[in-house]
Design a protein. Structure first.
Length: 525
C-alpha cells in the first residue's frame, strides 16, 4: 500500500508528487500518457502525428488531445509532464484586481492566500521575461497604441531557459537535468527538442523522482473506491489499466491518500464514474458546475506572402497587451514545418452574433471567391511564416455545466453566464492586426462553422466551498466526505483569470499541498 497515489502529472499532480515526497510519503504517480525521457524523443514538427496527437483508438500516443464535446472543444496536454509538454511556456501572474471578482472573493482573499505560492511557483518553473520580440510583436504594439492601450504592451514571462546571463552555454546552476539555452525556434508547443523549455520533468517531477517517487506512465485511472478505514486511517483503492500491451486488464493499487490531478475533463470523468459505481458515494451535487473556458477565443491573420524566418523567430508566445479592462491578447506561433493545426482554421472571420445557418455560407463563399487564400491556408508550404494566431482571454464570469450521462460528459450552457464563441474585442483586434500586416483575418473552424467555443485553458468543475452544499472540495482542496482525497488541478480554480492559467494552477497546488500534514504529523492549520 502506498501512502499516496497521484493521478495525473501536470501542473497540479507534479507539485503534489514532490511536496508529498518531501513530507515523507511514499508516492505513486499514475499518468495515462507516455514518458518522453529525452528531449530528442519529441517530434521535430507536429506532422509526426504518432508523437503529436493523443487518440488511443488509432494508436496515437502523442502529447496533444483534442476533445469535441457537445457545445465545447477542448485542447489539452497528455503525458508525463501534462500540459507543460504542449503549453507555450507562459507564466503570468494575474492582476491582483482579478481576485476581487465575485467568483474569487466568495470564500476569502485568494490573492493573499496565493501570493507566497506564486513566488514559489515562479522560482520552481523558472519564470523569466522573454528577451526577444519580433515583427508580429511590433505590429501588435501598434494595434495597442491605436486602442489607447500601448502602455499595457510588454513581453510575456515564460518558463524557458535562455542561457547564462554572462553568455556561457551549458548546464544551468539549479538542481535540474543538463540544459541547452533557447534557440528561438518557436517549437515550444511541440515539446522542445532543445531542452530549453522548463517542462515539469525538469523541475518538480525530476526532483520528486530523486526522492523516490514512482511514475507509472501509460496507466489510465478508471475509478476510485473508498474502503473501510483501519486503525491507521482511511484507505482507498484506485482501479486502473495499462494503455498499451496485449494484457490490458484492470489492476488495482491501494493508498491512504489519493490526489486527483487528471486535468478538468479527466478529473470530472474519474469522479463522476467513481460516484456512479459507488466508490465515492455522496459526492457533492455541485460536481461539474462552473466549468470555464477563460472566456477564450483563437483567431488569426493570414498573410499574402511568408515573412522571413528571422522576422518571426522567438518563443511560441512572445508578448501580451490589454485590449480593454477584461481582455488580454497574445500572439501565438509555431516552429518551421509545424503546420498540422492549419486544418483547424477557417478561411474567414465570422462577426460575433452571426446565425449558425449563415456561417457555412460565409465559409463557402470565402473558399470559392478567394481560392488563393484557401491554398495559402491549407496547402502551400511555410504556413507558420504566413499565419499569425491570436489568443484572446477574458476574466469575465462565464461558465457551463458538465453532466455525466451514458459514461460521457455533456455540456450545458449557463443561460445567465453563457460562454461566448466570439469575443467582440478580439474580433476588433484581429481586424486591426490584419490591417497592420496587410493580411486577411481568419478564425478557428469550430467557432466559425458551429459557433462553438474552443479552449486550451479549461477550468473549474470541482468548486470549492466550506460544506458539501457549497462545493465539491473544501478550502484546502480535500473532497467533502472523503478524508485524504484531494483535487489539485485546474478544476478547483474558482474563476476566469484572463491570462494563461498554468502558473495559477501550480500556485494553488502549492497552497493545497502546504496544508497536508507531514507523514504521521498533525493536520495543518
Amino acid at each position: 500500500m502506498y501512502d499516496a497515489v497521484v493521478i495525473g502529472s501536470g501542473f497540479g499532480g507534479s507539485v503534489a508528487a514532490l511536496r508529498l515526497a518531501e513530507k515523507g510519503y511514499q508516492v505513486l504517480v499514475l499518468e495515462q500518457g507516455r514518458f518522453f525521457r529525452r528531449d530528442e524523443d519529441f517530434p521535430a514538427t507536429n506532422w509526426r502525428v504518432w508523437d503529436t496527437l493523443w487518440f488511443p483508438p488509432l494508436r496515437l500516443f502523442g502529447t496533444l488531445a483534442i476533445t469535441a464535446l457537445n457545445g465545447l472543444w477542448v485542447l489539452y496536454g497528455v503525458g508525463v509532464g501534462g500540459g507543460s509538454l504542449v503549453y507555450a511556456g507562459v507564466l503570468e501572474v494575474p492582476e491582483p484586481s482579478t481576485f476581487t471578482r465575485p467568483a474569487w472573493r466568495r470564500w476569502g482573499d485568494w490573492w493573499e492566500r496565493l501570493r507566497p505560492h506564486y513566488v514559489t511557483a515562479r522560482a520552481m518553473l523558472g519564470a523569466s521575461r522573454n528577451p526577444r520580440t519580433n515583427a508580429i510583436d511590433r505590429a501588435l504594439a501598434n494595434v495597442a497604441q491605436r486602442l489607447g492601450q500601448g502602455h499595457t504592451f510588454r513581453p510575456v514571462d515564460v518558463g524557458v531557459w535562455f542561457g547564462d546571463p554572462a553568455g556561457q552555454d551549458g548546464a544551468s546552476s539549479s538542481p535540474e537535468p543538463p540544459r541547452r539555452p533557447c534557440t528561438f525556434c518557436r517549437n515550444c508547443m511541440v515539446g522542445c527538442r532543445e531542452g530549453a523549455k522548463n517542462l515539469l520533468t525538469k523541475n518538480y517531477l525530476y526532483l520528486a523522482q530523486r526522492l523516490g517517487v514512482r511514475i507509472q506512465s501509460q496507466a489510465q485511472a478508471l475509478w476510485i473506491q473508498a474502503l473501510p478505514p483501519d486503525a491507521d486511517g482511511p484507505r482507498y483503492a484506485v482501479h486502473w489499466r495499462p494503455m498499451t500491451g496485449w494484457r490490458r486488464k484492470p489492476r488495482t493499487v491501494y493508498a491512504r491518500r489519493v490526489v486527483v490531478a487528471a486535468g478538468v475533463l479527466g478529473t470530472l470523468r474519474l469522479l463522476f464514474r467513481s460516484r456512479e459505481k459507488g466508490g465515492l458515494p455522496h459526492l457533492s451535487p455541485h460536481l461539474g458546475e462552473v466549468v470555464r473556458t477563460n472566456s477564450e477565443e483563437l483567431n488569426g491573420v493570414l498573410l499574402p506572402r511568408p515573412l522571413p524566418w528571422e522576422a518571426v523567430q522567438g518563443v511560441a508566445i512572445t508578448s501580451i497587451f490589454h485590449a480593454d479592462d477584461d481582455t488580454r491578447i497574445e500572439p501565438v506561433g509555431f516552429g518551421r514545418g509545424s503546420s498540422l493545426l492549419r486544418f483547424l482554421a477557417a478561411p474567414t472571420l465570422i462577426p460575433p452574433g452571426t446565425p449558425r445557418r449563415a456561417r457555412l455560407w460565409r465559409i463557402l463563399r470565402a473558399l470559392f471567391t478567394r481560392p488563393g487564400d484557401a491554398l495559402r491556408l491549407y496547402v502551400l508550404p511555410r504556413w507558420t511564416e504566413r499565419t499569425v494566431i491570436l489568443l484572446v482571454m477574458q476574466r469575465t464570469d462565464t461558465r457551463v455545466r458538465i453532466h455525466w450521462r451514458r459514461d460521457r460528459l455533456w455540456v450545458e450552457q449557463d443561460p445567465a453566464h453563457p460562454v461566448p464563441a466570439e469575443v467582440p474585442s478580439g474580433y476588433r483586434v484581429v481586424r486591426m492586426l490584419a490591417e497592420e500586416l496587410g493580411g486577411r483575418p481568419v478564425s478557428s473552424l469550430p467557432v466559425a462553422l458551429f459557433g462553438v467555443p474552443m479552449t486550451a485553458h479549461i477550468l473549474g468543475g470541482c468548486p470549492m466551498g466550506p460544506t458539501p452544499e457549497t462545493g465539491v472540495v473544501d478550502l484546502a482542496g480535500q473532497v467533502h466526505g472523503h478524508p485524504g482525497v484531494y483535487v489539485v488541478d485546474g478544476s478547483i480554480v474558482p474563476g476566469n483569470l484572463g491570462v494563461n492559467p498554468s502558473l495559477t494552477i501550480t500556485a494553488m497546488a502549492e497552497y493545497v499541498m502546504s496544508r497536508v500534514p507531514p507523514k504521521g504529523g498533525a493536520s495543518a492549520p
